[in-house]
Structure formats: C-alpha cells, structure tokens
Design a protein around this ligand. Structure first.
Ligand code: ADP
Ligand code: MG
Length: 593
C-alpha cells in the first residue's frame, strides 16, 4: 500500500505545473507497469527455472540409470560367453584325457566337434608337462614350441585358467587365447590351449550394443581397444574414453551399488570428447582381463531435452510478451482513469468556487439594489412632485429646460429601476411557473424576436431540430429570457455577416439538449472565466449591463438544467444547455445562486 501511495501522482496536482503533473502521470504509469511486470514475470521465471532444472535432473537420472543397466546387461552377456568358453574347454580338456588326447585322431576329432558348435575356434593345442606342444590341431600352431617362462603359461599353471587380451600375433589375425591347466596323475601339469578368433567377441559385443547407447566396446588393462567401436576409435589402438578429465563424477547411491557389485574399478562420469559432453561407464568384465566401456551422447543432445527446452522457451517468451502487452495496456488504462478523475475533480472544484463567488456577488448586488430602490423611489416621487408644481406654476425663465431635465431624471430613474429589478430577480429567485413546452417551437418563437436585427446585420439563423423531442415541463417566460439573452449576445458577437446554428436533440429520455453556436468573435480566457459574473461586460458603457449571462446562469440552475460554454477567440462560441424534461429540483428548497 505504501509503495502504491508513493508512486501515485500527487493529489495536490493543482499546485504543480501541467508539465510536472504530466511527468508524474507518466512516472506512475511506468512504475505501475514495472511492479505488475515484476509480479507476473518473476514467478513465471522462477517456475521455469525450477521446471528446467527438475526436468534436467530427471532426464539425467533416467539416462544414468538406463546406462548403468545397459552396461550391467552387456557385461553379463560377455561374462556369460566367457563362462561358456571356459566350461567347454574344461569339458574338452577333462582331467584324465591327457593320454587319450595324444592318441592320433582324437584331438582332431575333438577339434572338429568344437568347431561345429564354435566356428571361431582356430587352433587347439595340448601342452605337455615339459612345456612343449604335445599335440595340436588347427591352422597356425607351430609344433615343438616351448612355452616355459612365457607369462601366459606361468599364469595358466598358477591359476588353472587363463584368458588373454586380443592380439594379432605373427599370424596377422586378431585372436585371443583361453587356456586351462590340468594335473597329471603322476605329477606335473598339462595345459590345453585354445585360440579363438577375435571376431567372436566382436559379435557378442555388437549383439548387446543397445540402440540407446552410442558405443560399446572392450578395452584391455592398457586401454587398448579389444573390439572395434562403432564410432570412437579402432581396434588395437588406445581408446580415448579411458582416462581423461571427467566433467563430473557421479557418486550417488545407485552408482555406489554398482560399484560395490562390480568389485573392480568402476566408473561413471561425463567427459568432453570431440567437444561433446559424453556419458561413459567403465566396468570390468569379471573373469577376463577386459573392461567394458559404454558411451552415450549427453541427454542434452536428445530429442526429449531439445523438445522440452524449445517448448519451455516458446511458452516463456509468448507468455512473457503477452503479459507485457496486457500489463502495459492495463497500466495505461489505470493512469488514464486517474487522470480523467483528477480532471473532473478539478473541474468540480472550480465550478464550486465559481458558484460560491457568484452567490456572494449576487447577494451583494441584491442588497445594493434593495438599498438603492428606496432613494430611487424618493427621487421618482420628488421629480413627479416637481413636475406637478411646474405645471401649476406659470411660465418662467428656463421652464422648458427644467422640464427637459426633469424628464431626463425620470428616464434615468426608470432605467435604474429595470436594473435593480433584474438584479433582484437574479438573486432572489422569483417563483417558477411550470407548463409543458415544446422546445423547438419555443426556440422558433424566441428567434422571431431577433429576426429583424439579425437580417439587418446579415446574420443567418439555421435550425437543426431533432424530431419527436419530449416536451419539457418548465417556466416558459424564464426560458425565453435565457435564449433571448444568448441570441442577443451572439448577434452582437458576430456584428456583421455570420451564422447562428440552433440545434436540439434528445440526450436521454429525461433530458433535452439545446445548442446555440455562433460564428462570432469568441471569448478570451478572462471573459470565459468571468462570463457569469454580474456586471461583467466587454461592451462599451451604455451598450451592456453585464447581467445577461449571470441571470441566464441563475435561471438555468433554478430550472434544474446545466449550461456549458465552448469558445475560441476569433472562431465563435457555442452554448450547450441540458434541460431536464421534468425539474427534479422544483420541489426542493431553493438556495441562492
Ligand atoms: P452583456 O451582454 O451586457 O455584455 P452578458 O452577461 O450578456 O453581458 O455577457 C457578458 C460578456 O460575455 C459580454 O460582454 C461578452 O464579452 C461575452 N459574451 C457573451 N456571449 C458572447 C458570445 N456569444 N460571443 C462572444 N462573447 C460573448
Ligand atoms: Mg447580454
């Protein structure tokens, strides 16, 4: 409330200059606009930001959750594949089969059978306890090799199982090795080693690469790609997704759960790659030297997010623009309303002031007129007496002159009497006699009084009468006086050559409007302000009394009507009368004007 009163245009506007007041209105309008805009736009903006971040969080979580699940599934598939390989080899290299496998044709048989179900087995080899190849089958095995001291051999002996990285080796074909060691009854260990084409692994990885991820591949401990990625990198080369700075590493409960389930190095984070933020998951494939890497373009590049952002932006902008337009017009309307009511208030004040002034001048004038009436009566009586004596007396010197002077006194007294009567009539409110009047007809009558003078001065009088006007109930004599006054003034103002337009119309069922417009000299500001003052006249002495308009004002008020003046200097004057069909004030107690 305090703010509103601070920004309101000052109510003591009369003191300020019109420019300053205008500035205040403009200030008020813009402050109101700002406040309303803040009230609408700030919450809208906050809600948008909240929706934005909420949706972003949701998408991010959904994306991470899905990626974690995909990675888990992919890892399970690869893991299962390895388990299957291992069980087949375990089965093929059954503990007591060493001697049997060395028999001619047995290994060949086994190899053929294996190849039937797994065409990617390239070689099979049986290594004796001495570390030398004892039997082999397949394309690339070189006979009589000694594996003693080789890391894979040592590891197989130590751990019972070995699976290698994919390597090309001397044969030029990517493959990997799976080996199991078995104890011999007589002591020592033999080893069954199988070479498997790297394509197998590729096939598995390709099969599990979900469409929702951008790439999926395996890397070894040195970050060398074990399978060929769809987009990012080449088999045998280091992957760009291992290492590198993470944009933000996720550490929530869901990730922690996966990390603990995996047991090895587990990671999910965002990373900048080729200028794009990529989400990556790295998790070890249990039972192998490989790590599974799954990458996905950030959700921010996804259709869902772009759609949402565009929609949000669109709604925000259109709602913003719409509310700005509405608010601006509302503030303007409010300012206009305040400006108009300020103006009205000022007009009322001025009118009331004027009424007050007129009333006191009227009272004063009536008092003076009343006082003057008595001495006038005495002057009149004494002059009459003197005339009587003069008639009775015989001729004497200067008798004619004296008689002339006496009739001059008589004339002046007569004139004074009319003035004092008019004055008293203006102030005292003579009684109103009411009758039904057809305004159009009455106006015609009144104009006929001034017809001669008008045509003498070449003043044309035009009528624009509305038909079917409601007859009004009013005082005929007083209305005639009013219109006669106005017409006389108009003819005087035109002087020569001009027009008087008289029009009537029905304002509403209860009011009739009469307009009398002349093309005369118009009034300046001072005349306009003092128009209704008694004795205010611009006419030379003897020509005007300055009472016409004040009497007019008094009569119209008394008859319950209103009078309005529009005048422009040099162009003309228009008087507008609003007359009630029935005078509501008639019954009420009258106050002095
Ligand atoms: P008076 O006619 O005796 O001067 P009024 O009260 O009738 O007194 O008019 C007061 C003054 O108002 C006039 O002297 C004149 O200056 C001005 N006035 C009135 N009517 C008109 C008009 N139609 N055009 C221009 N001035 C007018
Ligand atoms: Mg007059």
């Amino acid at each position: 409330m305090n703010i509103i009163s601070k920004i309101m245009p000052s109510l003591s506007g009369d003191i300020e200059s019109p420019e300053a007041l205008e500035r205040r209105y403009r200030q008020f309008s813009s402050s109101l606009t700002c406040i309303l805009l803040a009230l609408v736009l700030i919450p809208m903006f906050i809600i948008s930001v909240l929706a934005h971040s909420q949706y972003k969080r949701m998408l991010e979580e959904e994306e991470v959750g899905r990626l974690l699940l995909n990675a888990e599934q992919a890892e399970n598939t690869v893991e299962l594949f390895v388990v299957k390989l291992r069980s087949i080899i375990n089965f093929a290299g059954h503990e007591d089969r060493y001697d049997e496998l060395l028999q001619p044709g047995v290994l060949q048989n086994l190899f053929l059978r294996l190849r039937n179900s797994f065409p990617d087995y390239t070689d099979i080899e049986v290594v004796g306890p001495d570390g030398h190849t004892a039997a082999w089958e397949g394309d690339y095995v070189s006979k009589g090799q000694s594996y003693i001291g080789q890391p894979w051999y040592d590891e197989t002996l130590n751990k019972g199982f070995y699976i290698s990285n994919i390597f090309t080796g001397f044969r030029g074909v990517p493959h990997f090795v799976v080996a199991v060691s078995r104890k011999l009854k007589g002591g020592g260990q033999w080893v069954m080693r199988v070479n498997i084409d790297g394509k197998t692994l590729q096939r598995y990885v390709d099969a599990v690469a979900a469409t929702s991820v951008d790439d999926l591949f395996l890397v070894d401990q040195q970050a060398i790609l074990q399978t060929t990625p769809k987009k990012y990198g080449e088999r045998g080369k280091p992957s760009i997704f291992i290492g590198g700075g993470a944009l933000n590493r996720r550490l929530d409960a869901e990730v922690e759960r996966h990390r603990q389930a995996v047991g090895g190095e587990f990671l999910i984070d965002r990373q900048m790659t080729d200028g794009k933020a990529m989400l990556r998951v790295i998790r070890p494939v249990i039972g192998t030297p490989w790590r599974l890497v799954m990458v996905k373009e950030d959700y921010r590049r996804g259709a869902k997010w772009i759609n949402f952002r565009n929609h949000l932006f669109f709604y925000l902008v259109s709602c913003g623009v719409l509310s700005i337009l509405i608010i601006i017009s509302i503030s303007r309307a409010i300012t206009e309303y305040i400006r108009a009511s300020d103006l009205k208030r000022k007009q009322f004040l001025r009118e009331a002031e004027n009424n007050d002034k007129l009333a006191s001048i009227g009272r004063l004038a009536a008092g003076v007129a009343h006082e003057i009436n008595n001495p006038l009566a005495i002057i009149n009586q004494k002059a009459g007496l003197m005339e009587d004596y003069m008639e009775m007396t015989g001729d004497f010197e200067y008798k004619t002159e004296l008689s002339g002077a006496l009739s001059g006194i008589d004339e002046s007294v007569e004139r004074c009497k009319t003035i004092t009567h008019r004055l008293l009539g203006f102030a005292r409110h003579t009684d109103v006699t009411e009758e039904e009047i057809e305004i159009n007809k009455m106006l015609k009558e009144v104009t006929s009084f001034v017809d001669r003078e008008a045509s003498y001065n070449q003043v044309g009088i035009n009528f624009h009468f509305a038909e079917h006007l409601t007859p009004i109930v009013s005082d005929r004599g007083q209305l005639q006086q009013v219109f006669l006054n106005i017409l006389n003034n108009a003819i005087y103002a035109i002087c020569k050559d001009g027009e008087i337009n008289i029009s009537t119309r029905q304002m509403d069922p209860g009011h009739v409007e009469v307009k009398i417009a002349d093309t005369g000299c118009g009034m300046n500001k001072e005349t306009l302000e003092r128009l209704f003052e008694p004795f205010y006249t611009t006419k030379p002495t003897g020509k005007g009394t300055g009472l016409g308009m004040s009497i007019t004002y008094g009569i119209i008020n008394k008859l319950g009507g209103r009078i309005k003046v529009d005048s422009e200097e040099g162009k003309g004057t228009t008087f507008t009368f609003l007359l009630p069909v029935r005078n509501k004030e008639a019954g009420k107690e009258k106050t002095d004007v």
